[in-house]
Design a protein around this ligand. Sequence first.
Ligand code: SMG
Ligand code: MG
Length: 366
Amino acid sequence: MRIEGVELRRISLPLRTPFRTSFATETDRDVLLVRVVADTAEGWGECVALAEPLYSPEYADGAADVLRRFLVPALPRTADAHAAERAMAPFKGHKMAKAALETAVLDAELRTAGLSLAACLGASATRVPCGVSVGIAGSVPELLDRVAAHLDAGYTRVKLKIEPGWDVEPVRAVRERFGPDLPLQVDANAAYTLADAPLLARLDAFGLLLIEQPLAADDLVQHAALARVLRTPLCLDESVESAAHAAAAISLGACSVVNVKPGRVGGYLEARRVHDVCRAHGVAVWCGGMLETGVGRAANLALAALPGFTLPGDTAPPSQYFDEDVTPPFLLEDGHLTVPTGPGIGVAPLPDRLDEATAETEWLPL
Ligand code: SMG
Ligand code: MG
């Protein structure tokens, strides 16, 4: 496949309701889409970096810069996704920028071959159970209303965002209101320290599926110490940027579950390797989310269909967050989403919607 050039496209989508985490309140999604134009097909990738470097060091403007300055110029003119991955490897970090470009190349490659991403990755499931992530609310009654609405919509598990001061009480309230059978988990986005271990151990009383990333991203040893005192399974998100990190975390005893986000680990090829390492060690994985548009969500559904993804992911349809997405809508049926079967990621942006949402485009010839 001969690559002619790469388009960087910045789009902005307002969120239906603000999404509050321990690190920020998102009110709109400023997304960088990457389009690879090859002789045989076009491909799309979504960069999941947020507008500010608050979830991780990456941010959308920085991702655009490293793509423009280093990653796109490093692409060989004749490339597939593996060649793109190798060409970008010398540049340190910037996993989300790399993932977007690699995914766009992979999408074009698979469209050329007429193969779906799910088939390419070796996925087996045709539909995947869908969880929902619930931001920090203004009050417990407001949280209970939101969770009730999500359960009415059919979501199969609920994840509550937590932070110091919004942890034991909201979890207790959700458990009391919705009962012991609700699959429930929490995500702290690194808001605690090991000194909070006694507080976090109070969550053991609520039968959570897992606690996600309680401590800082580079606190692997501290996570291992915490895992030894918690009964709740410990899941890592921000700490795992590669299959090697997953292997290290597992051998340290720092986690028994891993949230796999393709953007965080540099793409779907590495995400597949994270899955493989975890599966070989009997460590469950699930597919994380970064408030993606349909472009990113479609690809995540293919990943979530791999056999090691034994827990519901943060794969809510984009309509959960946006009034209008850039792709055709995804339908939540009985709490499940259908894995796309079309070539590549299986969806493409609708040209009119894309133009409406676009703030800026930049063409980088190869
Ligand atoms: O995409 O459905 C989604 C949101 C899932 O909570 C979610 N993601 O740390 O796992 C996480 C967060 C990161 C993004 S918060 C803006
Ligand atoms: Mg997380």
